[in-house]
Design a protein around this ligand. Structure first.
Ligand code: COA
Length: 350
């Protein structure tokens, strides 16, 4: 009897594997966007009083001026809730119409249950399924791709896609190299199987676990559970190899942007606006320079929010929307990169 193992099919070449997938069966539109950042502002001057740093160093090396910090007791799902309510209201959709809630986060309310469950209850999304997606700063692109696939395939009709993080809860405020970078926030989009709204076109994503150590929270997982020692050593906080991440980010940013435009038969010039992960202004400038993208086409709000990981892209997307920069017909690329290592891009016709 023939078995699958005895008649292996011809392996696909890398070129075939990266070609554009079959067109989706249903069109998927973004009907509403929303975001939320906590009230408390942590400025560079505040950080000067906490660690050996300066406003001048932070601004010139990162482009950051301030970031938002969640209040004690304000969890990731609380931030996500406000962003979600705004997105639903703009979409004209009731929470009860949602089929699925996808929450990209690396700072869940709890290890178990998923933050999506807390958000489902708070929203009153009575019919919704849901789960969390953990891909750090590329989390939102992965969540958008997942929601898009569910809707395009007919599995679901309405999805809430969130990126939310409270990085302040995993930041060591004695480590000047990392603590100046991070902030808290949330962003949301409501997706519907519809030809209305901004049309989601395509996604490119990837990971390389070979670089896992470059951005890592060393303890608190199954490999190194929490103990007095891990707490005393700040092992529940993010540790970075900043310079290495910087180089990776510039290279991958350029690569992924070229990839998503080429495989959808666009030229880079066709892109009207890039909404990038806000890791460092110099990363964005170097990446833009590498692909020949004018900085006017790169949306930047890093000065006000810093790096908010999974929230960074949807927070910037909503900011761009509120500033009137997402006019109908514009071709918009979302570009993420970060922990994993991970990278990804989404293409949207607004
Ligand atoms: C972290 C980052 C801002 C550092 O900028 P940089 O220009 O690469 O700076 P370097 O690491 O070369 O450090 C330069 C000097 O500044 C010092 N320095 C680091 N942080 C500092 C701070 N907050 N204030 C003052 N000095 C600081 C360093 O100790 C170093 O001193 P030295 O030259 O005496 O050794 C930058 O590399 C970056 O943004 N990397 C990516 C960040 C990241 O991983 N984000 C998360 C994933 S997206």
């Amino acid at each position: 009897m023939d078995s699958i193992a005895s008649s292996p099919s011809k392996p696909r070449s890398a070129r075939e594997a990266s070609s554009r997938p079959r067109p989706a069966t249903r069109r998927v539109g973004i009907l509403g966007v929303g975001s939320y950042a906590p009230e408390r502002v942590l400025t560079n001057d505040d950080l000067e009083r906490m660690v050996d740093t300066s406003d001048e160093w932070i601004q010139t090396r990162t482009g950051m001026r301030e970031r938002r910090i969640a209040a004690p007791g304000q969890a990731t799902s609380d931030l996500a809730l406000v962003a979600a309510e705004t997105a639903l209201q703009r979409a004209g959709l009731a929470a009860s119409a949602l089929d699925v809630i996808l929450v990209a986060t690396v700072t869940p309310d709890h290890v178990c249950p998923a933050t999506a469950c807390h958000l489902q209850r708070k929203l009153g999304a009575t019919r919704a399924a849901g789960f969390d997606i953990s891909v750090a700063c590329t989390g939102f692109v992965n969540a958008l791709m997942t929601g898009h696939s569910f809707l395009a395939s007919g599995t679901f009709s309405n999805a809430l896609v969130i990126g939310a993080d409270t990085l302040s809860t995993i930041t060591n405020y004695e480590d000047r190299e990392s603590c100046v970078l991070f902030g808290d926030g949330a962003g949301a989009v409501v997706l519907s199987a519809s030809s209305e709204g901004a049309q989601v076109i395509d996604h490119v994503v990837g990971i390389d676990g070979g670089g896992a150590e470059m951005i890592i929270v060393p303890a608190g997982g199954s490999l190194r559970p929490a103990s007095h020692e891990t707490v005393d050593n700040h092992e529940h906080a993010l540790k970075l190899q900043g310079r290495k991440v910087f180089r990776f980010a510039v290279t991958k940013f350029a690569e992924v942007l070229k990839q998503i435009t080429a495989r959808n038969d666009y030229a880079l010039d066709d892109i009207d606006l890039v909404i990038p992960h806000q890791a460092n202004l110099r990363i964005l400038e170097a990446a833009a320079d590498r692909v020949g993208l004018p900085m006017e086409k790169m949306f930047v709000n890093i000065d006000r929010y810093g790096n908010t990981s999974s929230a960074s892209i949807p927070l910037a997307l909503d900011d761009a929307y509120r500033q009137g920069r997402l006019e109908r017909g514009k071709l918009v690329a979302l570009v993420g990169f970060g922990g994993g290592l991970s990278w990804g891009a989404s293409l949207i016709r607004w």
